[in-house]
Write a protein that binds this ligand. Sequence first.
Ligand SMILES: *Cc1c(COP(=O)(O)O)cnc(C)c1O
Length: 379
Amino acid sequence: MYKMMTPGPTQVSDAVLDARSLRFKQPDCDPSFVEDYKQLCLDISRLLHTDHETFILGGEGILGLEAACASLIEPGDHVLVLDNGIFGRGFADFVEMYGGVVTFYSTDYREAIDVEAFTAFLKDNHDFKIATVVHGDTPSGILNDVDAITRELKAYGILTIVDAVSTLFGEPLSLEHIDVLCGGSQKVISAPPGLTLNVISEDARAAINNRKTPIAAFYANLKVFFNYYEEKWFPYTMPASDINGLRAAIDAIAVDPGIFDRHRRIGEATRAAVEAAGLSLYLKNGFSNTVTAFEVPSETTADAILSTMLKDHNILITGSFGVFAGKLIRLGHMGNNANENDMTAVLSALDATLRKLGVPLKADLAEVFHQSLVQQGLI
Ligand SMILES: *Cc1c(COP(=O)(O)O)cnc(C)c1O
């Protein structure tokens, strides 16, 4: 098996794999399964420093985005879609699918949303019921200041949906002004793909309970989960093995207080290496510490880089998609991948790969990475 250094899914620990292979409890008729599920949800909320209630849904991260939209949006609702990346813009598809009327706030994909400019925009344009924004837009690696953005939105009574699938537990985030937070199992959390998290405020719960129209979904309907604990009943049979794996992954995060710091140091050192070697980072600012995207050098192609990395070094990295297809290469350093050994292996393999493909490098990628960590005092 190759070393999986993509920006999700990530490498999964033996503890998580072992937990997934255990005999599992009967999720429909064993009340202790409901207790386990509830405890895991409480622990996730506690780790996020919030009283907002967590729900774990059986489905990949996209289900969380769709469930947030399906559950909150009623036909005719005006929804502001913040767009400085592929997932940011992509929210509009779900908004329209559930009858919402989209207004885009579109900005340069190379820059984080400028909070001052956004605040000025809101002053004259705030007739929205809901707004959607992405914390870390993974195809480019952009990180938005979601704390400030959601504070401004909530000041106008706008409900906020935040996609933090790729950043949750890798970048600090306050849930204070977030009404529905979306997370996924396969990014920083470092469990296999298969589960999504929705963390819901009281305002979101009230808005969902007070809808005038029924939710036009079942699998993407958060309301059908609201009373699971009182009723000891789930709307569908919960994926018990996936949840056992998530339990082990969350346990690892709970005993890892340095997790943000490690992501920051690894992210900084990776960017330092890419720049020192003369490669071009795609972004101008707003770098997420979970993924680094650089431009494909003119001497070669994305396919050549990815296939050489895999063939010569047995390391899987990835390109990007949509408007970035063929233009960017992405190194995933989130969750279990955010460590010195794995990133050193990636960068020395990338160094050899690029030189083999005729790309001149001004510095040794792995050496600069190491020196940067030394300077930061990590080693
Ligand atoms: C990974 C990810 C998702 C889930 O989408 P997939 O393409 O199915 O993996 C949603 N939002 C963001 C920002 C992500 O990084």
